[in-house]
Design a protein around this ligand. Structure first.
Ligand code: ZN
Length: 242
């Protein structure tokens, strides 16, 4: 099976549509949460995922949009966008988000938005927090989002430590017997300095993970954000990928 791994779509419809198109062929989508928040098309993004064969976990912004997470845990711009999203969400899209689990274990694969320890909130950006995840949770491959930074952590059993690896966009990465935590990066609001939408493909027959980027019309998303009065800083950062 070829799984399209997407995370942090954040209401950016042109970005998710570019990914869904370029990533073909795939058998199903695994979505790591934050379908909404920040961006101008939350309903369209929910519908784009739920109308396809998929599994999805909840992210902190999804909970923010549902009123389940304290809105003051978010920074000012995120909060403004979440309050707008709360008003904008349709009845059935809200019901869909409300049903999402916070973690999914599929055999040896674990899907969470942020980390195995704190599925909605922890930022896995260093080897120490990655080591905690490897030591205390059972998985061969954990798929996470939340930081909007594509990267991998590998568990080195003999050394009892985790190492951080940068994604390779030219070659598929062979999984082998290793235990890994993989972050595909963000579809709708990349923060690694590359404004293109990020995603990954997990091929369970080839035993590989591929990292990918795809350009999308950033200016269309920006125009829609301006028309909806969303914060200027969120609009500008899209073209910088920061
Ligand atoms: Zn996010």
């Amino acid at each position: 099976m070829r799984y399209l791994i997407v995370s942090d779509v954040h209401g950016n419809y042109p970005a998710i549509m570019a990914v869904l198109h370029q990533a073909q062929p795939y058998d199903a989508i695994w979505c790591l949460g934050d379908l909404v928040g920040y961006g101008p098309n939350p309903n369209e993004c929910v519908d784009a995922i739920r109308s396809r064969d998929h599994l999805c976990v909840a992210g902190n912004h999804d909970w923010g949009a549902l009123g389940r997470a304290d809105i003051f845990t978010f920074n000012h711009d995120a909060r403004v966008a979440l309050l707008w999203t709360q008003d904008e969400l349709g009845e059935s899209e809200r019901a869909y988000l409300a049903e999402l689990p916070t973690r999914l274990q599929i055999g040896e694969f674990l899907l969470v938005h942020a980390s195995p320890r704190q599925p909605l909130w922890e930022y896995l950006l260093d080897v120490e927090s990655a080591a905690e995840a490897f030591l205390h949770y059972e998985f061969r491959l954990a798929l996470v989002g939340h930081t909007h930074i594509p990267l991998l952590f590998e568990w080195r059993e003999a050394l009892g430590e985790a190492v951080m690896l940068m994604p390779d966009y030219r070659n598929p990465i062979y999984l082998g017997e290793r235990r890994l935590i993989v972050n595909p990066g963000s579809v709708g609001q990349p923060r690694d300095g590359d404004p293109r939408a990020a995603y990954a493909i997990l091929d369970t027959e080839e035993e590989t993970i591929e990292f990918h980027r795809v350009s999308y019309p950033v200016e269309i998303t920006q125009e829609r954000m301006r028309a909806r009065g969303l914060p200027e800083r969120l609009i500008e950062r899209l073209e910088m990928g920061r």
